[in-house]
Write a protein that binds this ligand. Structure first.
Ligand code: GLN
Length: 493
């Protein structure tokens, strides 16, 4: 079997008896053993546990037939609580934490027969765009190991891009599925807010966080989302009457006849990488050839999205992270003098610099006297951004933009300058503020580094963006390109 196989390819092999789940699991475990030191994509692997899951899956298939993801390996970002192995959110504050239960989405994956491969590297508490704030060391981009894989789901992205796993789960609060997918040449889907339960996903910014798949192609993303989506009474923000869609049928689209694609002027601006822009413009031209109509639109409040996000997300984070008090779980400092000393020293030792910056910013923007000027104002801006999209979707079916203004940057290039780092999220953040579904898929190369095309849909219309992305994927070969250093085809043209 080829390591650079899609989930659906592997599923066919398993169904026809050409491979067993144990053989598939062993292939990826061997690749992790060979390449993880170089990439640092996984922060926890328990080979015996992976093989035991695969064995159980083969037994289930033999006795009861195959479930939706029977025997398919899926890696899990370290932000998801899993009853197997540690859950640390790549933070020292959770250095010895073992979750007592599975996140809802993990239970769904297990019930569908998936084999959970291990925990992937990420920015600490998902705060970052480069996977450099991880307490377990930086993760590297398989296309150029001197560069970052994006973030915060950089470990999941690097693992899929180098075929250490055929698929992974990520989370996206301001772009953390789509941006690393773009920078590593894979596909990533952030579902509509409320589509997927957040129970058991360590909270960063609760009104923005959403889980989704990172995969080799569009159909694989649909296969996973079909399993993890759905109402969960254990999460008040999981929507009970979300419109049902046919996830897999949406991926059968082979053309774009009659599709109205909005091209927002605010996402094609001076200052972005010229080759990124060219690749995305060329992709839109191709969509036109496939029958789509490209319509120039404006999302006028886009310029305020980064500022609003970097008030709202830290505000929610400062509240969410107050639970790490070292009393019931998590890191505790040695020999505390008293309660206050225990809180302050444990938190000081446990959190990294970026997390502290967010907590301090959030505590400030929520404080009395500043609340109206910052938090309330940012919420009003959020409403304006939502309205921009509502108006745009009166005119068009779907919106297409670059996912990131630049390709993968060098390790260390932006670590001393948080503002430049925050600006790398400029094209992904508004989607979270508006709660909309977004998908990134590969559409070319800039300086031999992958470029991502972002599709944004109206709320609950993941089927529209999956169809557009599937038709584009069908007509091009970008999603078949794989990096040279890891037995890939090394074709960046
Ligand atoms: N890069 C953004 C941030 O640092 C988004 C992170 C995310 O989506 N988790 O907040």
């Amino acid at each position: 079997m080829m390591p650079y196989s899609s989930l659906s390819d592997i599923q066919s092999r398993l169904n026809s008896g050409k491979s067993t789940a144990v053989e598939v699991a062993q292939l990826y475990l061997d690749r992790i053993a060979a390449y993880n030191d170089e990439l640092n994509a996984f922060v926890h692997i328990d080979a015996a546990d992976v093989l035991a899951q695969a064995q159980a899956s083969d037994a289930h298939r033999a006795e009861h037939g195959a479930r939706a993801l029977e025997g398919l390996p899926i890696a899990i970002k370290d932000i998801f609580c899993t009853s197997n192995g540690p859950t640390r959110c790549c933070s020292n504050i959770l250095d010895d934490f073992h979750a007592p239960y599975d996140a809802h989405v993990i239970s769904q994956l297990k019930a569908a027969g998936a084999v959970l491969v291990g925990k992937t590297n990420m920015d600490e508490f998902a705060m970052g765009s480069s996977t450099e704030t991880s307490a377990f060391g930086v993760c590297r981009n398989p296309w150029d190991t001197d560069r970052i894989p994006g973030g915060s789901s950089g470990g999941s992205a690097a693992a899929v891009a180098a075929a250490l796993t055929p698929a992974a789960l990520g989370t996206d609060t301001g772009g953390s599925i789509r941006q690393p997918a773009a920078l590593t040449g894979i596909t990533g889907l952030k579902p509509t807010y409320g589509r997927v339960s957040r129970r058991g996903i360590i909270a960063f910014a609760s009104s923005l966080d959403q889980a989704g798949p990172m995969t080799r192609n569009v159909k694989d993303a649909a296969m996973i989302t079909a399993v993890i989506a759905g109402h969960d009474a254990g999460d008040a923000t999981s929507v009970s009457d979300a419109p049902a869609i046919d996830w897999l049928a949406a991926c059968d689209a082979q053309d774009m006849k009659g599709l109205k694609i909005g091209k927002p002027s605010e996402y094609f601006v001076d200052g972005m990488d010229a080759e990124v822009r060219e690749s995305v413009e060329a992709a839109l031209k191709q969509c036109q050839d496939l029958g789509a109509e490209i319509i120039d639109i404006s999302l006028p409040h886009t310029k305020y999205a980064v500022a609003a996000y970097y008030v709202i997300a830290p505000s929610e984070a400062s509240a969410n992270l107050s639970r790490y008090d070292s009393v019931r779980f998590g890191h505790r400092c040695d020999d505390p003098e008293d309660l206050l000393d225990m809180y302050t020293r444990s938190r000081d030792e446990g959190f990294g610099a970026e997390v502290k910056r967010r907590i301090l910013t959030g505590a400030f923007t929520l404080s009395s006297g500043y609340y109206d000027a910052y938090y309330l104002k940012a919420q009003k801006v959020r409403t304006l951004i939502q309205q921009d999209f509502i108006q745009a979707f009166e005119q068009v079916d779907v919106i297409a933009t670059p996912t990131s203004p630049i390709p993968a940057f060098k390790l260390g290039e932006k670590t001393d300058d948080p503002l430049t780092m925050y600006l790398s999220d400029i094209f992904t953040i508004a989607v979270n503020l508006a709660g909309l579904p977004g998908l990134s898929q590969p559409c070319g190369f800039a300086n031999n580094l992958p470029v991502g095309l972002q599709w944004i849909g109206p709320a609950w219309r993941e089927d529209t963006i999956l169809s557009a992305a599937a038709a584009y994927e069908h007509a091009t070969d970008w999603s078949t390109k794989t990096p040279a250093g890891f037995n890939g085809n090394g074709d960046a043209s």
